[in-house]
Design a binder for this molecule. Structure first.
Ligand code: PEP
Ligand code: MN
Length: 352
């Protein structure tokens, strides 16, 4: 349920309504939007009468029930307003959101060694990326495949961040590693295979770093939003959703089926920012540019692209990784669509 306060409601009145609702055994959450304040109510609201709540204050505009099973993740919970995820990086705040310039995240699948991660970081930074991605802990189908360098790779990510100024996005697989990952990561990634690892979701929800939640490969949109709800319900409101392809019947020509329809569907259902990963989504470097452009045209807020200095030698996901040169070209192509959509950060004009 949400209580929508009228524009200009006095602070004291908002607090009074919130306090009153707390005495009813509910946990009111004050959500400050651009124009209005909304008080979100999650809990046993089925027996509550909206009209009775409406009578608390003449400053209450409306009391509405949130019909979806995901409450905090629903668009309605914020009365239709998009949320923004602000991430602190060495070069300042980067904002993910519907009304913000597109944020590009790039880097290798795995952090392999110091030279490659620093080179990749500098190259993608020069081309306009704002975050470096790279796995220290890798979820691999085979236990015999490269599992990531773990803690030492985290140190390399920290070095690459210092060398490039980029923010860091890296995956947590085991809650036991969360603290050391959070020391280095500006955004903590929960991978597709862990999207419904509910104990992990609760733990990333209970720490303050923003979370990137990838869609499980067989997850419905509702499963995915319910997974986001776990993080939000645990106290972390900074969640970014990442579509990375779902499993369908064709594995011969594409690794996954990139569900671009998720963009308008999510936009309708949730206030959370939307990222698209065309690298895992297609599995082939040659398909990344078309799907990246299509994703921007469909209205995504962010893109994640795998970039490796020598994809043929990559320890994981080489076939879907593009070279830094190809990334330069791709950014040029993306800028055309990004500008058409009004979502491309214009270079700062030098003051003469
Ligand atoms: C990754 O980002 O490298 C990764 C393992 O992604 P996903 O969880 O989407 O497979
Ligand atoms: Mn990968």
């Amino acid at each position: 349920m949400i209580v929508v306060m009228k524009i200009g409601s006095p602070e004291a009145e908002i607090s009074r309504v919130t306090d009153e609702l707390s005495t009813w055994g509910l946990t009111p959450e004050k959500i400050v939007g651009k124009h209005k304040v909304v008080i979100g109510l999650v809990g046993e609201t089925a027996d509550l009468d909206p009209l009775q709540i409406q009578e608390f204050s003449p400053w209450i505009e409306q009391v509405l029930r949130v019909e979806q099973p995901y409450k905090r993740a629903s668009r309605q919970y914020r009365h239709g307003e998009a949320s923004e995820v602000v991430v602190n990086t060495p070069e300042g705040d980067v904002v993910f959101g519907e009304n913000q310039p597109l944020v590009v995240v790039a880097g290798p699948c795995s952090v392999e060694n110091e030279e490659m991660i620093i080179e990749t970081a500098k190259r993608v930074r020069a081309a306009g990326a704002r975050f470096l991605r790279g796995g220290a802990y890798k979820p691999r189908t085979s236990p015999y495949a490269f599992q990531g360098h773990g803690e030492s790779a985290l140190e390399l990510l920290a070095t690459a961040s210092k060398a490039s100024g980029l923010g860091i996005i890296t995956e947590v697989m085991d809650a036991a590693d969360l603290d050391i990952i959070a020391e280095v990561a500006d955004v903590i990634q929960v991978g597709a295979r862990n999207m419904q690892n509910f104990s992990l979701l609760k733990k990333v929800g209970a720490q303050p770093k923003p979370v990137l939640l990838k869609r499980g490969m067989a997850a419905t949109i509702e499963d995915w939003l319910m997974a986001a709800e776990y993080i939000l319900a645990s106290g972390n409101s900074n969640v970014i959703l990442c579509e990375r392809g779902i499993r369908t019947f064709d594995r011969q020509y594409t690794r996954n089926t990139l569900d671009l329809s998720a963009i308008p569907v999510l936009r309708n259902l949730t206030h959370l920012p939307i990222m698209i990963d065309p690298s895992h989504g297609t599995g082939w470097s040659s398909y990344v540019p078309s799907m990246g452009k299509a994703a921007i045209a469909a209205g995504c807020d962010s893109l994640m692209i795998e970039v490796h200095p020598t994809p043929s030698k990559a320890l994981s996901d080489g076939p879907q990784s593009i070279t830094p040169e190809a990334f330069d070209e791709l950014m040029q192509e993306l800028s055309v669509v990004g500008k058409a959509m009004g979502r491309w950060q214009q270079p700062e004009v030098a003051v003469v």
